[in-house]
Design a protein around this ligand. Structure first.
Ligand code: ZN
Length: 440
């Protein structure tokens, strides 16, 4: 058999979820997203290739939403700063982080001192371009690395920002509902408003897309709703337009920063002891990866809106290293090299385990509560080897039978027994089959 040269990347690599998520991010990375505009539309169109049922909603600029108003739609075609010789010394075409997001259009010559007022760089990280926005205060500006900034020695520069702020535009968000056997909902939410940044926010989006694909393949008790919108204003708009759906939300997760290195971080909902908070605690305990649980804080991502006191929804936030706590955050170093397929895979597995825990968390009633039922007679010890596995199985059966009084959920049993939730779930199904337990 002739031996062909091996490809550099084995073809099966893309078949791993991490590689496929990374490939999706690589497609989305160059798009200049913002809180409105064509970048969000283009992004959602790519997501629709993976989730064809994703609905795209357009909400006109000027629409009131809770205490906010949908802003004018921002689009940008080009932006540059030219030196006296006519050379582009700052060029949006090279990196879309070079433009202050929501920059108003501008064209003309400016002195270096005037231009300096509109430049943003990071003296402590002189090689990186910062990400800056000015959504709600009209301004224009350029972001550049400190080294590049120090080379600007001409007296005058020509500036062009070819952008539009359209009062007759709209805000775009995506939404996908996967019906379950009940109307009770799990809300999954990601912001999709950052330009060329990978961990923030494309990693959350990629994990959410693949999580929805996986959930679609499984039987579901819950209805799952994915909302992909711009940060803050997107969730505010969604909340303002969906009072009916809000009533059905039983659990929720904001997914973000899931592709970088670092320990998992779960930020509790405002309720702190909501089912999703307790499930996250248990799943992270069982998952085996380094992690941290953090208390509620009224700062962060869209959980701020879902957990505002009027809604007070049970929505936590799942990430790896939180925002602002890694050097690459909101800079050009948050790129496709910073996010790794294996980290994305692990994040997806954790999110799946969390959804599985919510699905599994039932409350049971023991149908033979007077004395312990005779398990051996019902073959419930069969097929289980000795050792720790067998001992855990036996303890799972005993804990379930003992706490299944109609007021303890599987999470309660897992917390009290220290046993793993998937084991308890299997044991509960075995007891159900043996007509010893009945779910409420
Ligand atoms: Zn961000």
């Amino acid at each position: 058999m002739p031996t062909a040269a091996l490809p550099a990347t084995p073809p099966q690599t893309l078949a791993t979820p991490g590689a496929a998520m990374h490939a999706l991010m690589a497609r989305l990375y160059p798009i200049c997203r913002s809180i409105t505009g064509n970048g969000v539309r283009e992004t959602l169109a790519v997501v629709q290739e993976h989730l064809p049922e994703l609905q795209v909603h357009e909400v006109p600029s000027g629409t009131p939403a809770l205490d906010w108003t949908v802003p004018s739609e921002w689009n940008i075609r080009d932006a540059w700063v030219k030196n006296a010789a006519g050379e582009r010394v700052i060029d949006f075409q090279k990196h879309n982080l070079h433009v202050l997001q929501y920059s108003t259009p501008v064209r003309g010559w400016f002195s270096r001192a005037e231009l300096e007022e509109h430049l943003f760089s990071l003296p402590q990280q002189p090689d990186l371009i910062p990400y800056r926005t000015s959504y709600y205060q009209p301004n224009w500006g350029f972001c550049l690395n400190q080294n590049q900034r120090e080379q600007l020695q001409d007296e005058y520069y020509e500036v062009c920002i070819d952008s539009t702020l359209d009062e007759a535009g709209s805000l775009t968000y995506g939404e996908l509902v996967l019906p379950g056997t009940t109307e009770e909902e799990v809300l999954l939410s990601c912001h999709c408003c950052h330009p060329s940044l990978a961990n923030d926010n494309l990693s959350g989006l990629a994990v959410a897309v693949f999580l929805m694909q996986e959930l679609a393949r499984q039987p579901r008790r819950y209805t799952y709703r994915l909302v992909l919108g711009p940060g803050t204003i997107g969730s505010i708009v969604w909340l303002s337009r969906n009072p009916e759906a809000v009533q059905h939300i039983r659990h929720g997760l904001v997914l973000t920063l899931l592709g970088g290195p670092g320990a998992f971080t779960y930020k509790q909902s405002r309720r702190a002891t909501a089912e999703v908070d307790r499930a996250a605690w248990l799943v992270l305990r069982e998952f085996g990866a380094p992690h941290e649980i953090r208390p509620w804080l009224p700062y962060g991502y869209d959980e701020r809106q879902y957990c505002s006191p009027g809604f007070n929804l049970p929505v936590g936030c799942l990430s790896r290293t939180p925002f602002g706590e890694f050097a690459e955050y909101h800079t050009s170093a948050d790129n496709l090299d910073f996010v790794r397929p294996e980290q994305l895979t692990e994040s997806l597995q954790l999110a799946e385990a969390l959804c599985a825990a919510l699905e599994a968390n039932r409350t049971y009633r023991n149908l033979s509560p007077y004395g312990e039922p005779q398990l051996g007679r019902r073959g419930l010890y069969k097929g289980v080897g000795g050792g720790q596995e067998g001992a855990d199985w036996q303890m799972a059966l005993l804990w379930l039978l003992n706490l299944a009084d109609g007021s303890h959920s599987l999470l309660d049993v897992a917390e009290q027994s220290g046993l793993a939730l998937p084991l308890l779930h299997r044991a509960a199904r075995a007891l159900e089959t043996a007509a010893l337990l009945q779910p409420l």
